[in-house]
Design a protein around this ligand. Structure first.
Ligand SMILES: [Fe+2]
Length: 249
């Protein structure tokens, strides 16, 4: 069984397009998508259509997908620059995503446990019980060990931190597939993972795929996406841009 693990497209359809081409060569038996399909990038509607067209075995809800149909709460107003930015991105996405797809995004499952071949597997956006939990590649083994619920689990898949990695701890393989649309690990190529499973044996690889970054940026500008400078900086540098003082010239 060859499993492709995709996550965090964040509305960057140019990056997803390139990953879909790469997937054709990899010929996975199944695909899972671990959330944050939209927000921060210019083409949320296209990302939804493209992810659906892949007919993933599972699609998990990310923290940004979770906002739809339940944000902002009555009486809420942004109290920080980051919250203002989230609100602007949310308003942009609401204009581009149908009401039906907004409800679909906001009600995706938050986790899945299943047997892949003979391997007990758990998958999350960020971790059990939280869509916002942050476990970086350099986490301690103790932190890594908080990413599963069941003792018998041997494979844990998650996204969210936009830093891909493959680690082993306490008899489990933990794979973070990284981000397709908005990597923050210094490598500006789209990131996803392939896990090969034969009965109880596993091998994981992170794939990095070059794509047309200039095209993604020019689409964002043409569509008057808010905070395009931050998006541009993130795409070029693969660094977290939000909260930085960026030139708007
Ligand atoms: Fe994300």
């Amino acid at each position: 069984m060859r499993l492709a693990v995709l996550s965090d497209t964040h509305g960057n359809a140019a990056a997803l397009e390139a990953v879909m081409r790469d997937l054709q060569n990899q010929s996975p038996d199944a695909i899972v998508f671990l959330g944050d399909m939209v927000m921060r990038g210019p083409q949320p509607r296209e990302c939804i259509q493209m992810v659906k067209s892949l007919q993933p075995h599972a699609i998990i809800r990310g923290n940004y997908d979770d906002l739809f149909t339940r944000f902002p709460e009555p009486g809420w107003s942004p109290s920080s620059e980051k919250e203002e930015l989230v609100l602007r991105a949310f308003e942009y996405d609401c204009q581009h995503i149908s009401a039906e797809d907004q409800a679909w995004l906001g009600n995706l499952p938050t986790e899945l446990s299943l047997l892949v071949d003979e391997v007990p597997t758990e998958m999350y956006h960020a971790g059990p019980d939280s869509l916002y939990k942050v476990v970086y590649p350099w986490a301690t083994l103790e932190e890594l060990d908080t990413l599963h619920r069941r003792e018998e689990t041997r494979l844990v898949l998650y996204g969210h931190v936009h830093h891909s990695h493959v680690r082993q701890g306490n008899g489990r393989l933990v794979v973070n597939c990284g981000s397709i649309g908005l990597p923050f690990d210094g490598d500006n190529r789209a990131s996803y993972a392939i896990v090969d499973i034969q009965k109880q044996d596993m091998a994981a690889q992170i794939r990095r795929v070059s794509y047309d970054i200039e095209k993604a940026i020019s689409i964002a500008k043409d569509l008057f996406m808010p905070d395009v400078e931050a998006f541009e900086y993130a795409l070029r540098t693969a660094r977290y841009p939000y909260g930085l003082k960026l030139s708007t010239s």
